[in-house]
Design a protein around this ligand. Structure first.
Ligand code: SF4
Length: 186
């Protein structure tokens, strides 16, 4: 790979342990897909060869919450289903992250009925809202990258009592606004 010429073989590197840990964490974000509807198809496409989520180390979809640290809610969630989603979230490893993918997960979308949750953030913390109906795979990748940026900067936000605070990053479909990763730790 040419690394041998760039770095002397008997040389050494120094860095902070936290940098190495964050690098490893952000390079191996393992998603827990909670795909209930059409957004799930775009989620699958994101992991396919055309979009290749593996470039970001996030292609290892786990169906066991204890082996996952990124919940991706893709599709509408019914009121009856919400306790299941909450339980899966609680079983995931810390530090963990949540992406709300698409209009239905974030707001209920066109399903303005008593049976559909009008935004999963009413019942669980959401770190990134990915817009669209459905969002394109590039948009979901943007959401994953936003979380990687937070991990790189070790900006895991906790409130004064040690509880995890949601990042609440909004992505914009036309990419006119850069992702704001400034976090209020108060
Ligand atoms: S946001 Fe659109 S594409 Fe996604 S689950 Fe809802 S209706 Fe389907």
């Amino acid at each position: 790979m040419g690394l041998e010429e760039a770095i002397p073989v008997d040389g050494y590197l120094t860095t902070q342990l936290s940098r190495v840990i964050n690098w490893a964490r952000r390079s191996s974000v393992w998603p827990m897909p909670f795909a209930t509807a059409c957004c799930g198809i775009e989620l699958m496409a994101t992991a396919s060869s055309r979009y290749d989520l593996a470039r970001f180390g996030a292609e290892v979809f786990r169906f066991s919450p204890r082996q996952a640290d990124l919940m991706i809610v893709a599709g509408r969630v019914s009121v009856k289903m919400m306790p299941v989603l909450q339980r899966i979230y609680l079983q995931m490893t810390e530090p963990k992250w949540v992406i709300s993918m698409g209009a239905c997960a974030s707001t209920g979308g066109v399903f303005d009925t008593y049976a559909v949750v009008q935004g999963v953030d009413q019942f669980m913390p959401v770190d990134v809202y990915v817009p669209g109906c459905p969002p394109r795979p590039e948009m979901l990748i943007e959401g994953v990258m936003a979380i990687q940026k937070i991990i790189d900067e070790d900006n895991i936000p906790y409130d004064g009592e040690g509880n995890r605070k949601p990042l609440e990053i909004e992505l914009f479909a036309d990419n006119t606004k850069p992702v704001d990763v400034t976090i209020d730790h108060t």
